[in-house]
Design a binder for this molecule. Structure first.
Ligand SMILES: Nc1ncnc2c1ncn2[C@@H]1O[C@H](COP(=O)(O)OP(=O)(O)OP(=O)(O)O)[C@@H](O)[C@H]1O
Ligand SMILES: [Mg+2]
Length: 454
């Protein structure tokens, strides 16, 4: 990292101090240059900026934690969580509290489950936090005692409710683009669920499932939530981070119970989000409990004697190349599905969704913005639209009356915003080139080529 590059970035930021993406990039470069305190300062700026707030908060909290600045880390994490749930920050919070040696502040479960083994580094098992779905929404069905691992003596539906999405209103109609991904989910997940007779006729034996992968912010979790919306309550969503964090030392038992629950309530979709958290976990140097958890998942997936016949599996990851190849065997995640960034039509739809509702939004010409946002993630587009709305908002606050969003506001936002996923594609390209022997990244390879990224 050359100082001149850092200087150039600093100058760019002086000219455009509200460019959150640029602040994040600057912070990243500072981190690479080993300038920890400056990285913190840059991230503190970035968390003030709407479009990148959550992303910056995650990085800031993690860095503060690494530096042992727990008080600020906690305050920052809690402040961000108060604005909206976030699985990563929720996990950070628990980790920081663990490191500080204090009990978690997330509401404890009232009763210690009789059969749950004691979490070795958590103090009393009863003090374990109630896990939440990775969607992080408050779940109205969450019952006291929901963190019990053993669902046998309780209502199993209530027990599993803690892993369900709280909001089942999102459906496929809300998912812009992703036609092929939707088609696959439709075929592999929804159709068998809706047509059990056909499912039965083909004597599907093994479980098998879909592993979704792709750059961040392009809709893997969103698509899973929409699948849940399509299916209703028979969708159990498990954030691997949550499991690792909250069920440290007893995660194999939890995994077993999740599969058992799905077997008892057939058909059920089990969705494992943030699958990357398992890492290359069967490597000799990975923590033993992670390896045990992976082995347990593999064992459950194999389910002898058609026990998994009606369990539908989905998982999501940013880094499929780190997912243990054992997960790819037939009957396991045998369909690997690329979830691409939004195409032209999807970007236009997303821009319309975000901007049309604003004062003056109906008059905007969104096609230029659609053209200039190739390679933007859905999350980037949302950031762009938030930024474009800052101008009219400021004018309205200053003038005391609503101010229309203009083409110029949109133009300014476009100039100041960049795609956050190009780096992911740079990494992905290497894997496509060097480790696509089995053809598992063919759809990614085709995308790279079509998008001129390969
Ligand atoms: N295809 C889409 N249609 C509509 N909104 C989308 C779409 N994709 C993403 N979004 C919006 O962007 C947000 C981020 O997407 P999501 O969390 O699903 O990304 P992800 O692929 O799971 O990212 P990560 O790899 O970081 O977990 C969603 O909450 C949703 O609001
Ligand atoms: Mg996700």
């Amino acid at each position: 990292m050359t100082d001149s590059l850092l200087d150039a970035l600093a100058r760019a930021l002086q000219a455009d101090p509200r460019n959150g993406t640029l602040w994040l990039h600057y912070a990243e470069m500072l981190a690479q240059a080993g300038r920890g305190d400056d990285t913190l300062a840059a991230l503190r700026k970035a968390v003030e900026l709407e479009g990148v707030r959550t992303q910056a908060a995650r990085k800031l909290v993690a860095l503060l934690r690494e530096k042992g600045q727990y008080a600020e880390a906690l305050i920052r994490a809690e402040a961000e969580l108060a604005r909206g749930e976030d699985a990563t920050l929720r996990a950070e919070l628990a980790l920081i509290e663990l490191l500080r040696g204090t009990p978690p502040s997330i509401p404890p479960t009232p009763a210690a489950p009789p059969s749950a083994p004691k979490a070795p580094n958590r103090g009393e098992a009863g003090a374990r936090p109630a896990p939440r779905s990775s969607a992080g929404r408050e779940n109205p069905r969450e019952e006291p005692g929901a963190a019990q691992i053993d669902p046998d003596d309780t209502d199993p539906t209530a027990w599993a409710a803690q892993f369900d999405w709280g909001d089942l209103r999102i459906t496929f109609r809300d998912v812009a683009g992703l036609d092929e991904a939707k088609r696959q989910v439709q075929l592999r997940i929804l159709a068998p669920f809706r047509n059990p007779q056909i499912f039965e006729a083909y004597k599907r034996e093994g479980g098998g499932g879909i592993l979704m992968y792709g750059p961040p912010g392009c809709g893997k979790t969103f698509l899973a939530r929409a699948t849940a919306g399509e299916l209703g309550a028979r969708f159990v969503s498990v954030s691997i981070h949550d499991v690792i964090d909250k069920y440290w030392g007893e995660s194999e038992k939890l995994v077993h119970e999740l599969f058992e629950h799905a077997r008892r309530n057939r058909p059920t979709v089990l969705f494992f989000d943030e699958f990357d958290a398992l890492g290359s976990s069967r490597r000799a140097d990975s923590p033993q409990f992670l390896r045990m958890m992976v082995d347990q998942i593999l064992q459950e997936m194999d389910g002898v004697g058609g026990r998994n016949r009606d369990i539908l599996l989905m998982a999501a990851t940013n880094t499929p190349w780190n997912v243990d190849t054992a997960f790819r065997r037939p009957g396991r995640f045998d369909r690997v599905l690329f979830v691409p960034p939004p195409d032209d039509a999807a970007r236009l739809a997303l821009l319309e969704r975000h901007l049309r509702k604003l004062p003056g939004g109906a008059k905007l010409d969104l096609r230029p913005a659609m053209k200039r946002t190739e390679h933007f993630s859905a999350a980037d587009l949302r950031g762009l639209c938030e930024r474009a709305s800052e101008g009219p908002l400021e004018r309205a606050l200053e003038g005391g009356a609503l101010s229309d969003i203009t083409q110029k506001d949109l133009e300014a936002a476009l100039t100041a915003t960049r795609s956050s996923i190009l780096e992911w594609f740079a990494t992905a390209r290497n894997y496509v080139r060097f480790s696509n022997q089995g053809g598992q990244y063919d759809d990614l390879a085709a995308y790279l080529k079509a998008a001129r990224l390969g």
